[in-house]
Every structure is written in structure tokens, then in C-alpha cells.
Ligand binder design. Sequence first.
Ligand code: COA
Ligand code: MG
Length: 301
Amino acid sequence: MQTSSDVARGEGRNAPRARRSALFVPGDKPRALEKAAGLGADVLILDLEDAVAPASKAAAREAAHEAVAAWRGDAKEAEHVLRINALGDEHFGADIALAAAACPDVVLLPKVDSPAALREARAALDGAGYHGLVWAMIESPTAVLNLRLIAEMTSAARLAGLVAGTNDLGAALRCRFSGERRDPLLPHLAQILLAARSAGLIALDGVYNEFSDPVGFQFQAREARQMGFDGKTLIHPSQVEPANRAFSPSPQEVDWARMVVAAFDDSAQAGRGAIAIGGRMVERLHLGPARAILAASGDRS
Ligand code: COA
Ligand code: MG
């Protein structure tokens, strides 16, 4: 049955809403704001935080208001997210006033370290008049340690997603990376995913800074999908199409899903929990994932 929280998260009766590609668009770059709607990203994250220089914060807020309104017309299919400055930052008050006025689908809260910080940010947003959903960025060692408590705030804070802030987290942990590999971060990414799935939240992977390296991007996106992430946050238009591809079902997955659904629909298999398909065991529990793959591929059979 479809619940009210499903509706709030855009999970309808059919395909759940796709969040394969979530593009950060700096609030102080007019050309990027203008271009964003036509890039095919599932999610557009209008950034007022780290992408914007301190001197440009006020101008970015003004541009953000206009851009969110314009996206409602030009990028209707995309989910519109506003990343504000963190609680405690001098710009937080003006940012939440803007969130109330512009009313994006989601407000992305950076640097959420604890349930108390999340509760405080939620109360401030409600006080300002923004009652919509929030996503939380997990980007510090303390936040990773507090993941379980943060995820427990799902209903109280109207929290709908966790986003890995891999640049901040990697810097705080003093990780060393080589190229596209981020092995030192994988245990922490896994915990973000674990917390998200246990609370029914969406989970988005961090960004890949080397936007001129398609091979490295493909490696990271594939890794994130294998871990179970819904999509990847992005910094450049060139990453949108590869992300959409990486987080869409492959033809082989669609073939497998069709076989599983057909096999369990077969009256000869009625009442069976486990069956054999092509020399492999398939259990009834695989029906849900198979149907999800078909829905994500646009196949309604
Ligand atoms: N969203 C929308 N459009 C973007 C974009 C973005 N994130 N990044 C670049 N573009 C546009 C540019 O405006 C440019 O448009 P044009 O050719 O029509 O004039 C085009 O894409 C090509 O951009 P390019 O010249 O390759 O990039 P750049 O060197 O100007 O900028 C970055 C590179 C990384 C600085 C820029 O992509 C950016 O600011 N990304 C977002 C950073 C961010 O949000 N960080 C915070 C989250 S980690
Ligand atoms: Mg950050």
C-alpha cells in the first residue's frame, strides 16, 4: 500500500522517483543556473553553500529564488533541491527565509553532525515557514558516528534522504586517495547506506572532482550503484548522462527481471518459494527487486 510518506518522497505506486543524477548548480553562476534545466539531471541542487564565495552569498540567494521558480516551468521532471548554509553560519537565517519563499521540493542541510543539530535546523525551517522535506549531508566523522541517531529523526525532522559529503569527510579523516579509487572512504559510505536503508531514506553518493575524467567517473558511479546508492551527486554537466546510464538497469538486469516475474506468474509455480531459472535459485523475495528493475526501465509488464 502506498503510504503518505511514500507520496512525500515521490514514491508512487509504479516506479519510484529516479535520483540517478543530482547536479550541484552554484547559485552565483548565472550561466550554470540558466543551463541546468536542459541537462537531463533527475535532481537539481541549487547551491548557496560551498560553491558560492562569501561575497556573493546575497546575490546567489536572489538568483536562487528566480531559478527555482523558472525550473518549475523548464525542468518540471527534475526534483528541485536548495542547499542552504549550515546552522550557525551567518547566512543561515536569510537562507531559510528564502527556502520558505521559494519552496523547493527539498532543502539540503549541510554538515548535519547530530540529531540535535537536525532538530534545531528543522525547528528553524518550520519557524520560517518551510514545512517541506529535508535531506542531510553526512560529511564529518561525528556525523558518521551519529548516523543511527540522525536516521531515527526521519519522521520528526521530515528527513527523506542522506547525501554523502565525501570531500569534507575525506579531508577531516585525512584520507589519501589515488585517482578514482576511494577505498579509505568505503566503510563510511557503507554506513551511510546502512542508515538510509534502515530508515527508508534515499541515499546519494558524493561528487567526483575530476570532471574531465569519464573513465574514473564511470568507475565511481558503478561502485556506488553496486553498493546500493540511488544516485550520485555531480558537479559538471558532462557527468549527467554517464550517471543516468550507470544507475539505470542494464539490458541483462532487465532480461533477468522479466524472467523472474514471468516465472512466478506461471501457475505451475504457484505456491513455490524458490525456483530454478537458468541453473540459479530464485526466491520469491527476488520478485520485489525484479519488479523495481522493470519499473525503473520503463517496462510495465
Ligand atoms: N551546472 C550547470 N551548468 C554548469 C555547471 C553546473 N554545475 N558547471 C559548468 N556548467 C556550464 C558552464 O556554465 C558552461 O556553460 P557554457 O559552455 O554554455 O558557457 C559549461 O557548463 C561548461 O563548463 P566548463 O567551462 O567545462 O566548466 P568551468 O571550468 O567553467 O567550471 C567547475 C568547472 C567545476 C568550477 C564548475 O563546473 C562548477 O562550479 N561546478 C559546481 C561546483 C559545486 O557546486 N560545488 C559544490 C558541491 S561539491
Ligand atoms: Mg561539504
